[in-house]
Design a protein around this ligand. Structure first.
Ligand SMILES: NC(=O)c1ccc[n+]([C@@H]2O[C@H](COP(=O)([O-])OP(=O)(O)OC[C@H]3O[C@@H](n4cnc5c(N)ncnc54)[C@H](O)[C@@H]3O)[C@@H](O)[C@H]2O)c1
Length: 263
């Protein structure tokens, strides 16, 4: 380590997006020094400005998680901030909407960004996490649990869930915990293109959620904070849906099956 410090560093990828930003702010409030990583500079700088505004400490770093040199800079910057003890793999992106639209090229792209990038970031800081008995928190999706469109993204998120279990089982002896969070629909800028096609997209989606709402980025951030904290010290290898009840079932369908208006 380049710096002797008791400060704990949390590395958050995709920190310029709405969910990544909310996670950085929440972790900073928890006392972590936050290393915010994103390929895009301006939104990531804004994240760190908000971290500082919330009274936290942290730095923004431009980093393409798929680039080995950038990952080496990530490790260096993380150690400068403190002892790297948390990695939140939050980068995610989608390509083809359906298997009929999917190609070998965009399927590979989906796997690189949603799965390989997370694995590569973990490998880059593996020794730090062992040394610091750290935590890995992967942001997956309900798309990794069932079919909700975007096949390449979904298959990669399912793989990310299994990667989470692989880490939990093999690295548990080092004191490392690994968990995943599977959000349902979250109101973020990632939906902008779809909202242009259908401004009612969130209203339409609500129909399928038992809580009759979609999540906000802070809903995800609060669960990341919990599952990455000592309060969750005995939880490892799980996938926690943060989906307003989506994966429990659909009230409308239950009503049809039961022929009851109670649903
Ligand atoms: N928004 C939702 O409804 C939803 C639902 C389920 C899961 N998720 C997951 O939550 C996470 C965050 O979602 P979001 O809606 O905030 O997404 P977003 O697209 O708004 O943010 C993702 C961020 O990742 C950055 N990024 C992309 N490629 C990168 C790379 N190679 N290196 C570094 N940074 C890179 C982007 O610049 C962007 O700032 C993703 O993993 C996503 O799959 C989101």
């Amino acid at each position: 380590m380049s710096k002797q410090s008791t400060q704990q560093t949390a590395i958050v990828t995709g920190a310029g997006g709405d969910i990544g930003r909310a996670i950085c702010i929440e972790l900073a409030k928890d006392g972590f020094a936050v290393l915010a990583l994103d390929i895009a500079k301006a939104p990531n700088d804004e994240t760190i400005r908000l971290v500082h505004e919330a009274g936290g400490t942290g730095e923004a770093l431009i980093c393409d998680i798929l680039d080995a040199n950038d990952r080496a800079k990530m490790v260096e910057a993380g150690r400068e901030l403190g002892a790297i003890s948390l990695l939140v793999n939050n980068v995610g992106a989608i390509t083809a909407e359906s298997l009929q639209q999917a190609t070998v090229e965009n399927f590979e792209q989906d796997f690189k960004i949603n799965q390989l990038g997370a694995f590569a970031c973990f490998k880059a800081i593996e020794k730090d996490l062992i040394e610091n008995k750290g935590v890995l928190t992967n942001i997956a999706s309900v798309n990794g649990l069932g079919v909700f469109g975007h096949p390449g993204y979904s298959a990669a998120k399912a793989s990310l869930l299994h990667f989470t279990r692989l880490v939990a089982v093999e690295y548990g002896k080092f004191g490392i915990r690994a968990n995943a969070i599977a959000p349902g629909t979250v109101r973020t800028q990632a939906w902008d293109e779809r909202a242009k096609k259908n401004p009612q997209v969130f209203e339409d989606a609500k129909r399928w959620y038992p809580l009759q709402r979609v999540a906000d980025p802070v809903d995800i951030a609060k669960v990341v904070s919990f599952i990455s904290s000592p309060a969750a010290a005995a939880i490892s290898g799980v996938c926690l849906p943060v989906d307003c009840g989506l994966t429990a079932g659909q009230a409308e369908l239950a009503g049809t099956f039961a022929q009851s208006e109670d649903y």
